[in-house]
Design a protein around this ligand. Structure first.
Ligand SMILES: [Fe+2]
Length: 184
């Protein structure tokens, strides 16, 4: 299993744009929070969150290859269940649909980061005081962060979490890395 340190070196070595590194760190934080909450392997879920978009710089124009290439790059370095979760986070385009709790966690985590960071950006106090009520309002506003798939966020029920609970936990997790992702 890849250490967190090696995983970061691997990601940082791809020359991705800062916003993608922020997205990776936010996804890692949400995955760690979920793993703690659900009694799963925090390092495994965290490293998988960190690396899930590893191929992004080379698959921007070929979305059906996104995640498939990451799985090839990481084969033998992280467990099969993590490779599966990575592929299923892009299931709508590559046909690998989610089935395990790990799969759903990664989909929900990586999607909710888009909603939360967009919401925090436009608030003077950023993440501080950002609650589920206001995030749910943003989810209903189709024009707000339009690329964020609301249906995937709602898959949190597959983790046994209701939406409020999931959203609040995700804000708390991202707050723990706020200084590293430009949300302080
Ligand atoms: Fe992602």
């Amino acid at each position: 299993m890849l250490s967190r340190e090696r995983a970061w070196e691997l990601l940082a070595g791809q020359g991705q744009e800062p916003h993608m590194l922020h997205h990776a760190l936010e996804t890692e934080a949400v995955m760690r929070g979920l793993a703690r909450r659900l009694g799963e392997d925090e390092d495994l879920w965290g490293v998988t969150g960190l690396l899930h978009d590893l191929d992004y710089h080379e698959t921007k124009e070929i979305p059906e290859e996104h995640a498939m290439r990451t799985a090839v790059m990481l084969a033998g370095q992280i467990p099969e269940e993590a490779l599966q979760a990575i592929k299923a986070h892009n299931g709508e385009r590559n046909g690998i649909m989610p089935s395990t709790r790990f799969d759903y966690a990664l989909r929900c985590a990586e999607t909710v980061t888009g909603l939360i960071s967009a919401a925090a950006m436009v608030r003077p106090t950023k993440l501080e005081g950002l609650g589920a009520k206001s995030l749910k309002k943003k989810m209903k506003d189709k024009a707000f962060a339009a690329a964020v798939n609301r249906e995937i966020i709602k898959e949190c029920h597959q983790l046994g979490l209701d939406l409020d609970d999931f959203l609040e936990g995700a804000v708390a997790s991202i707050s723990s890395v706020a200084d590293q992702v430009g949300l302080q």
